[in-house]
Design a protein around this ligand. Structure first.
Ligand code: AP5
Length: 222
Protein backbone atom coordinates (compact mmCIF):
# COMPACT_ATOMS: atom_id res chain seq x y z
CA UNK A 1 0.00 0.00 0.00
CA UNK A 2 1.22 3.54 -0.76
CA UNK A 3 2.69 5.36 2.23
CA UNK A 4 1.64 8.97 1.79
CA UNK A 5 3.26 11.80 3.76
CA UNK A 6 2.21 15.33 4.67
CA UNK A 7 4.91 18.00 4.98
CA UNK A 8 3.68 20.34 7.71
CA UNK A 9 5.42 23.61 8.51
CA UNK A 10 5.24 27.37 8.24
CA UNK A 11 5.79 29.28 5.02
CA UNK A 12 9.51 29.16 4.22
CA UNK A 13 10.20 26.10 6.39
CA UNK A 14 11.73 24.27 3.40
CA UNK A 15 8.83 21.95 2.47
CA UNK A 16 9.04 22.65 -1.26
CA UNK A 17 12.85 22.39 -1.30
CA UNK A 18 12.71 18.93 0.29
CA UNK A 19 9.71 17.76 -1.75
CA UNK A 20 11.68 18.48 -4.95
CA UNK A 21 14.62 16.43 -3.59
CA UNK A 22 12.34 13.54 -2.62
CA UNK A 23 11.12 13.16 -6.19
CA UNK A 24 14.45 11.34 -6.63
CA UNK A 25 13.48 8.98 -3.80
CA UNK A 26 10.37 7.65 -5.52
CA UNK A 27 7.80 10.09 -4.11
CA UNK A 28 5.39 12.13 -6.14
CA UNK A 29 4.93 15.76 -5.02
CA UNK A 30 1.54 17.41 -4.80
CA UNK A 31 2.11 21.08 -3.93
CA UNK A 32 -1.12 23.03 -3.58
CA UNK A 33 0.78 26.34 -3.86
CA UNK A 34 2.36 25.27 -7.18
CA UNK A 35 -0.97 23.95 -8.49
CA UNK A 36 -2.68 27.24 -7.62
CA UNK A 37 0.08 29.33 -9.22
CA UNK A 38 -0.18 27.15 -12.36
CA UNK A 39 -3.95 27.71 -12.47
CA UNK A 40 -3.44 31.45 -12.13
CA UNK A 41 -0.82 31.49 -14.90
CA UNK A 42 -3.26 29.61 -17.19
CA UNK A 43 -6.14 31.92 -16.25
CA UNK A 44 -8.47 29.09 -15.18
CA UNK A 45 -11.65 29.72 -13.19
CA UNK A 46 -9.96 28.23 -10.12
CA UNK A 47 -6.95 30.50 -10.64
CA UNK A 48 -9.19 33.56 -10.82
CA UNK A 49 -11.06 32.58 -7.66
CA UNK A 50 -7.80 31.91 -5.76
CA UNK A 51 -5.99 35.09 -6.82
CA UNK A 52 -7.24 37.56 -4.21
CA UNK A 53 -6.71 35.16 -1.30
CA UNK A 54 -3.14 34.44 -2.39
CA UNK A 55 -2.28 38.10 -2.92
CA UNK A 56 -3.46 38.87 0.61
CA UNK A 57 -1.64 35.87 2.14
CA UNK A 58 -4.96 34.28 3.17
CA UNK A 59 -5.97 30.64 2.69
CA UNK A 60 -7.98 29.72 -0.39
CA UNK A 61 -11.36 28.18 0.65
CA UNK A 62 -11.22 24.51 1.65
CA UNK A 63 -13.72 23.24 -0.95
CA UNK A 64 -11.66 24.61 -3.86
CA UNK A 65 -8.45 23.14 -2.47
CA UNK A 66 -9.87 19.69 -1.71
CA UNK A 67 -11.41 19.41 -5.18
CA UNK A 68 -8.10 20.42 -6.77
CA UNK A 69 -6.16 17.81 -4.76
CA UNK A 70 -8.71 15.08 -5.53
CA UNK A 71 -8.15 15.73 -9.25
CA UNK A 72 -4.36 15.69 -8.87
CA UNK A 73 -4.27 12.44 -6.88
CA UNK A 74 -3.70 9.45 -9.13
CA UNK A 75 -3.10 5.79 -8.24
CA UNK A 76 0.43 4.55 -7.71
CA UNK A 77 3.52 6.09 -6.12
CA UNK A 78 3.51 7.39 -2.56
CA UNK A 79 2.69 11.09 -2.44
CA UNK A 80 4.33 13.95 -0.55
CA UNK A 81 1.70 16.57 0.14
CA UNK A 82 3.47 19.95 0.27
CA UNK A 83 1.40 22.82 1.70
CA UNK A 84 -1.69 20.65 2.17
CA UNK A 85 -3.60 20.16 4.41
CA UNK A 86 -3.59 23.58 6.08
CA UNK A 87 -6.81 23.41 8.10
CA UNK A 88 -8.48 20.73 10.21
CA UNK A 89 -11.24 20.47 7.58
CA UNK A 90 -8.64 19.82 4.87
CA UNK A 91 -6.90 17.18 7.04
CA UNK A 92 -10.19 15.33 7.57
CA UNK A 93 -10.97 15.57 3.87
CA UNK A 94 -7.54 14.14 3.00
CA UNK A 95 -8.02 11.16 5.33
CA UNK A 96 -11.37 10.45 3.67
CA UNK A 97 -10.04 10.95 0.15
CA UNK A 98 -7.13 8.55 0.66
CA UNK A 99 -9.41 5.94 2.24
CA UNK A 100 -11.83 6.21 -0.69
CA UNK A 101 -8.91 5.50 -3.07
CA UNK A 102 -7.82 2.43 -1.06
CA UNK A 103 -4.76 4.17 0.41
CA UNK A 104 -3.80 4.22 4.13
CA UNK A 105 -3.93 7.19 6.48
CA UNK A 106 -1.17 9.71 5.73
CA UNK A 107 1.59 10.50 8.19
CA UNK A 108 2.92 13.96 8.88
CA UNK A 109 6.38 15.43 9.24
CA UNK A 110 6.58 18.72 11.12
CA UNK A 111 9.32 21.11 9.98
CA UNK A 112 10.26 22.84 13.26
CA UNK A 113 11.65 26.36 12.84
CA UNK A 114 11.13 29.76 14.48
CA UNK A 115 9.43 32.76 12.93
CA UNK A 116 12.47 35.10 12.50
CA UNK A 117 14.28 32.48 10.37
CA UNK A 118 11.10 31.88 8.33
CA UNK A 119 10.96 35.59 7.57
CA UNK A 120 14.63 35.66 6.51
CA UNK A 121 14.10 32.67 4.24
CA UNK A 122 11.02 34.10 2.52
CA UNK A 123 12.45 37.58 2.04
CA UNK A 124 15.61 36.13 0.38
CA UNK A 125 13.88 33.50 -1.79
CA UNK A 126 14.13 33.43 -5.60
CA UNK A 127 11.73 31.13 -7.48
CA UNK A 128 11.47 29.55 -10.91
CA UNK A 129 7.73 30.01 -11.42
CA UNK A 130 7.63 27.41 -14.21
CA UNK A 131 9.05 24.48 -12.20
CA UNK A 132 8.64 25.65 -8.60
CA UNK A 133 12.40 25.23 -7.95
CA UNK A 134 13.62 27.68 -5.30
CA UNK A 135 16.91 29.30 -4.32
CA UNK A 136 17.95 31.65 -1.53
CA UNK A 137 20.28 34.58 -2.06
CA UNK A 138 22.28 33.70 1.07
CA UNK A 139 21.59 30.05 2.01
CA UNK A 140 21.27 28.42 -1.42
CA UNK A 141 22.27 30.85 -4.20
CA UNK A 142 22.13 29.99 -7.90
CA UNK A 143 25.48 29.92 -9.78
CA UNK A 144 24.42 33.04 -11.72
CA UNK A 145 22.18 35.54 -9.86
CA UNK A 146 18.60 35.50 -11.19
CA UNK A 147 19.05 32.36 -13.37
CA UNK A 148 17.98 28.78 -12.56
CA UNK A 149 21.00 26.40 -12.62
CA UNK A 150 18.81 23.58 -13.96
CA UNK A 151 16.96 25.03 -16.94
CA UNK A 152 18.27 28.60 -17.36
CA UNK A 153 14.86 30.17 -16.57
CA UNK A 154 14.59 33.58 -14.97
CA UNK A 155 14.22 33.56 -11.17
CA UNK A 156 11.76 35.98 -9.62
CA UNK A 157 10.62 37.01 -6.16
CA UNK A 158 7.09 35.76 -5.46
CA UNK A 159 4.50 38.51 -5.05
CA UNK A 160 3.51 37.07 -1.64
CA UNK A 161 7.11 37.24 -0.40
CA UNK A 162 6.76 40.98 0.35
CA UNK A 163 7.20 41.88 4.05
CA UNK A 164 3.57 42.73 4.92
CA UNK A 165 2.19 39.64 3.12
CA UNK A 166 4.85 37.43 4.71
CA UNK A 167 3.69 38.65 8.13
CA UNK A 168 0.07 37.79 7.30
CA UNK A 169 1.01 34.33 6.00
CA UNK A 170 2.94 33.59 9.20
CA UNK A 171 -0.06 34.73 11.31
CA UNK A 172 -2.41 32.57 9.24
CA UNK A 173 -0.12 29.57 9.78
CA UNK A 174 -0.25 30.03 13.56
CA UNK A 175 -4.03 30.53 13.62
CA UNK A 176 -5.25 27.95 11.11
CA UNK A 177 -2.49 25.41 10.39
CA UNK A 178 -0.67 24.98 13.73
CA UNK A 179 -3.70 23.08 15.19
CA UNK A 180 -2.86 20.26 12.74
CA UNK A 181 0.09 19.33 14.96
CA UNK A 182 -2.39 18.09 17.57
CA UNK A 183 -4.62 16.53 14.88
CA UNK A 184 -1.76 14.31 13.71
CA UNK A 185 -0.49 13.68 17.24
CA UNK A 186 -3.76 12.60 18.76
CA UNK A 187 -4.20 9.08 20.22
CA UNK A 188 -4.51 6.19 19.72
CA UNK A 189 -1.38 6.43 17.53
CA UNK A 190 0.57 9.60 16.76
CA UNK A 191 1.08 10.07 13.04
CA UNK A 192 3.57 12.92 13.53
CA UNK A 193 7.37 13.07 13.43
CA UNK A 194 9.39 16.30 13.78
CA UNK A 195 12.57 17.39 12.02
CA UNK A 196 14.85 20.31 12.88
CA UNK A 197 14.26 22.51 9.81
CA UNK A 198 16.84 25.12 10.92
CA UNK A 199 19.62 22.81 9.72
CA UNK A 200 21.25 23.15 6.26
CA UNK A 201 19.29 21.61 3.35
CA UNK A 202 21.37 18.38 3.15
CA UNK A 203 21.02 17.78 6.91
CA UNK A 204 17.25 18.21 6.75
CA UNK A 205 17.14 15.71 3.86
CA UNK A 206 19.13 13.26 5.99
CA UNK A 207 16.72 13.66 8.92
CA UNK A 208 13.76 13.09 6.63
CA UNK A 209 15.31 9.96 5.12
CA UNK A 210 15.90 8.59 8.61
CA UNK A 211 12.40 9.51 9.80
CA UNK A 212 10.81 7.91 6.75
CA UNK A 213 12.96 4.78 7.04
CA UNK A 214 12.42 4.32 10.78
CA UNK A 215 8.69 4.90 10.51
CA UNK A 216 8.13 3.01 7.25
CA UNK A 217 7.53 -0.42 8.76
CA UNK A 218 5.06 0.81 11.39
CA UNK A 219 3.34 3.12 8.89
CA UNK A 220 2.91 0.37 6.33
CA UNK A 221 1.61 -1.97 9.02
CA UNK A 222 -1.23 0.40 9.95
P1 AP5 B 1 2.56 27.86 -0.78
O1 AP5 B 1 3.13 28.04 -2.11
O2 AP5 B 1 2.24 26.50 -0.29
O3 AP5 B 1 3.48 28.64 0.23
P2 AP5 B 1 3.89 28.29 1.75
O4 AP5 B 1 3.33 27.17 2.49
O5 AP5 B 1 3.65 29.59 2.35
O6 AP5 B 1 5.24 27.69 1.59
P3 AP5 B 1 6.40 28.27 0.87
O7 AP5 B 1 6.42 27.82 -0.54
O8 AP5 B 1 6.42 29.76 1.09
O9 AP5 B 1 7.61 27.68 1.73
P4 AP5 B 1 8.33 26.26 1.76
O10 AP5 B 1 8.15 25.64 3.10
O11 AP5 B 1 7.98 25.43 0.56
O12 AP5 B 1 9.83 26.76 1.70
P5 AP5 B 1 10.87 26.68 0.50
O13 AP5 B 1 11.31 25.27 0.28
O14 AP5 B 1 10.42 27.47 -0.66
O15 AP5 B 1 1.19 28.71 -0.66
C1 AP5 B 1 1.06 30.00 -1.22
C2 AP5 B 1 -0.39 30.47 -1.06
O16 AP5 B 1 -1.28 29.57 -1.77
C3 AP5 B 1 -0.92 30.47 0.38
O17 AP5 B 1 -0.60 31.68 1.06
C4 AP5 B 1 -2.43 30.32 0.14
O18 AP5 B 1 -3.02 31.55 -0.29
C5 AP5 B 1 -2.50 29.36 -1.04
N1 AP5 B 1 -2.54 27.94 -0.61
C6 AP5 B 1 -1.61 26.98 -0.87
N2 AP5 B 1 -1.98 25.82 -0.33
C7 AP5 B 1 -3.17 26.03 0.28
C8 AP5 B 1 -4.04 25.20 1.04
N3 AP5 B 1 -3.75 23.91 1.30
N4 AP5 B 1 -5.16 25.75 1.54
C9 AP5 B 1 -5.48 27.05 1.31
N5 AP5 B 1 -4.69 27.89 0.60
C10 AP5 B 1 -3.53 27.38 0.10
O19 AP5 B 1 12.13 27.44 1.20
C11 AP5 B 1 12.06 28.82 1.51
C12 AP5 B 1 13.45 29.46 1.26
O20 AP5 B 1 14.39 28.94 2.18
C13 AP5 B 1 14.03 29.20 -0.14
O21 AP5 B 1 14.69 30.34 -0.55
C14 AP5 B 1 15.02 28.03 0.09
O22 AP5 B 1 16.08 28.07 -0.84
C15 AP5 B 1 15.47 28.29 1.51
N6 AP5 B 1 15.71 27.06 2.25
C16 AP5 B 1 14.94 25.94 2.25
N7 AP5 B 1 15.44 25.02 3.11
C17 AP5 B 1 16.55 25.61 3.67
C18 AP5 B 1 17.49 25.17 4.66
N8 AP5 B 1 17.40 23.96 5.23
N9 AP5 B 1 18.49 26.02 5.02
C19 AP5 B 1 18.59 27.26 4.44
N10 AP5 B 1 17.73 27.72 3.50
C20 AP5 B 1 16.71 26.90 3.13
Amino acid sequence: MASDVVFLGGPGAGKGTQAQIFRDHGYRQISTGDLLRDNRARGTELGKRAEGYMQRGELVPDDLIVEMVAKALTDGASVLFDGFPRTIAQARALDELLASRGRGLPHAILFEIDRPLLEERLLGRWTNLRTGRVYHEKFNPPKVAGIDDEDGSELVQREDDKPDIVKRRLDVFEEQTRPLVEYYRKPPASRLVSVDATQPIERVTQQLLEALKIRASSWIAQ
